[in-house]
Design a protein around this ligand. Structure first.
Ligand SMILES: Cc1ncc(COP(=O)(O)O)c(C=O)c1O
Length: 454
């Protein structure tokens, strides 16, 4: 692995805990948070962050943690990378906001050109800017409907596309995300997501799950909706919130073929898997995917709120006024994104690939050595460890997963769950070998401890 942190003066590379957790200051803030902050957030353990540098986060009591969650796969270049901070400070001193909806400014065009350049496919691209992943998806839904003049959409079980009402209509990750909100967008059909470990069609593992694509033609287009009415298929090439499940290459290629055949747009939601996290710009690149529309957010600006919906130029032909947002493409966020892209391009995408391979090597035998590890999977630094109660039945063990994640926190390693029973490994793309080794060792220790008491 390279030494990607060479240009970041980090004093600490590994966790250092100085109080019991949570510490006294953290306890006070958690209590006040309960009083004033929306209870819809899903905090697992009481990390109260004060500062961050590289892959290290310090809490309000001076405890230092190794961050393998990256603010939910967001801080791609690590916390407060000096070049990103410098770009933000410089831009903030020059122009904070003018609104790209009504006026022009240079860095918006520069970023659009750069994103168009790295989006897959030969055709020229255009870019719409928003502030969040869900906005990138909203824009994609509207653009797909507008440009095809069709209104039906196909999405997949387990996928997460956001929480605004349009995007939520595609989200099929957890019922609680939909419960209580009434009717969603009509004309959305969900089909089983391919899962090589748990093939929805009962094939033995590992499986290419091509049936998950052909199911469209064998069932959906025959029984539920004529393909001529379908605007788009939305897919996460690696399912994120749903459990860090990579779609097999064979499935993605077949899905693309079916979409092309019926004039249906293929929308890749790379909000979580994009911007180099998997060791290539896009997770779909591993399969040679050329989506018609690409949704990008999270890692694009190292933590500043920005999203992009990138589409073939001939497709993004909507009229002035058809779609816009006051804040979308804010100049300060764009400055952060340009600095982020420089760093990803020159160092960190390659580091994500190598660090991911290293971690996979460390974890590859866990399904054999640990009775509660059912599967280890993923690409680059988007890796999942699925926890099961019984390897034969593959019964999901969400409670054990929670216990493992909580124990890791107590040892100074920040992790998050994904789906019902998977541990998500999504560190900043800057981690070095020592940090990867520490994380793998600590996580394995937590798994072994929980296994003993299970
Ligand atoms: C694949 C994917 N799409 C969309 C979203 C929504 O992004 P945001 O929370 O920024 O609205 C997420 C968030 O986790 C995501 O993982």
């Amino acid at each position: 692995m390279a030494k990607p942190l060479a240009d970041i003066a980090v004093e600490t590379k590994l966790p250092m805990l100085v109080t019991p957790l949570p510490g006294p200051n953290a306890k006070t803030i958690v209590a006040k948070d309960a009083q004033f902050v929306s209870p819809s957030y899903t905090r697992g353990y009481p990390l109260v962050a004060k500062s961050g540098r590289g892959a290290i986060v310090e809490d309000v009591d001076g405890n230092q943690f190794l961050d393998f969650a990256a603010g939910i796969a967001v801080v791609s270049t690590g916390h407060c990378h000096p070049r990103v901070v410098e770009a933000i400070q410089k831009q903030a001193a020059e122009l904070i906001h003018i609104s790209g909806t009504d006026f022009y400014y240079p860095n918006l065009v520069e970023l659009a050109e750069r994103l168009a350049g790295i989006a897959p496919g030969k055709e020229a691209k255009k870019v719409y800017f928003g502030n969040s992943g869900t906005e990138a998806v909203e824009a994609a839904i509207k653009l797909a409907r507008y440009s095809t003049r069709r209104d039906k959409i196909i999405a997949f079980h387990g996928c997460f596309h956001g929480r605004t009402l349009g995007a939520l209509s595609l989200t099929a990750s957890k019922a609680v995300q939909r419960k209580g909100f009434g009717a969603l967008l009509a004309g959305v059909f969900h089909i089983p997501y391919p899962n090589s470990y748990r093939c929805p069609y009962g094939n033995p593992s590992p499986c290419t799950c091509v049936e998950s694509a052909t199911f469209l033609e064998t069932e959906i287009f025959k029984r539920l909706v004529d393909p001529s009415e379908v605007a788009a298929v939305f897919i996460e090439p690696i399912q994120g919130e749903g459990g860090y499940v990579p779609a097999p290459k064979e499935f993605l290629i077949e899905l693309q073929r079916i979409c092309r055949k019926h004039g249906i747009l293929l929308v890749a939601d790379e909000v979580q898997s994009g911007m180099g996290r998997t060791g290539k710009w896009w997770a779909g690149d591993h399969a040679g995917l050329e989506p018609d529309i690409l949704c990008v957010a999270k890692g694009i600006a190292s933590g500043m709120p920005l999203s992009a919906t990138i589409a073939r130029a001939s497709l993004m032909d909507w009229q002035p006024g058809a779609h816009a947002s006051t804040f979308g493409g804010n100049p300060v966020c764009i400055a952060a994104a340009l600095a982020t892209m420089d760093l990803l391009e020159t160092q960190y995408i390659e580091n994500a690939r190598r660090a991911g391979e290293f971690l996979m090597d460390q974890m590859a035998d866990w399904p054999v050595c640990h009775k509660i590890v059912g599967d280890v999977r993923g690409k680059g630094l988007m890796l999942g460890v699925e926890i099961v109660r019984d390897k034969k039945t593959k019964e999901r063990a969400g409670d054990l997963r929670e216990e493992i994640v909580n124990r890791a926190f107590e040892k100074g390693l920040l992790l998050l769950g994904a789906g019902e029973n998977t541990i998500r490994i999504a560190p900043p793309l800057v981690i070095d070998q020592e940090q990867a080794e520490f994380a793998a060792r600590t996580l394995e220790q937590c798994i072994a401890d929980v296994e003993k008491s299970a």
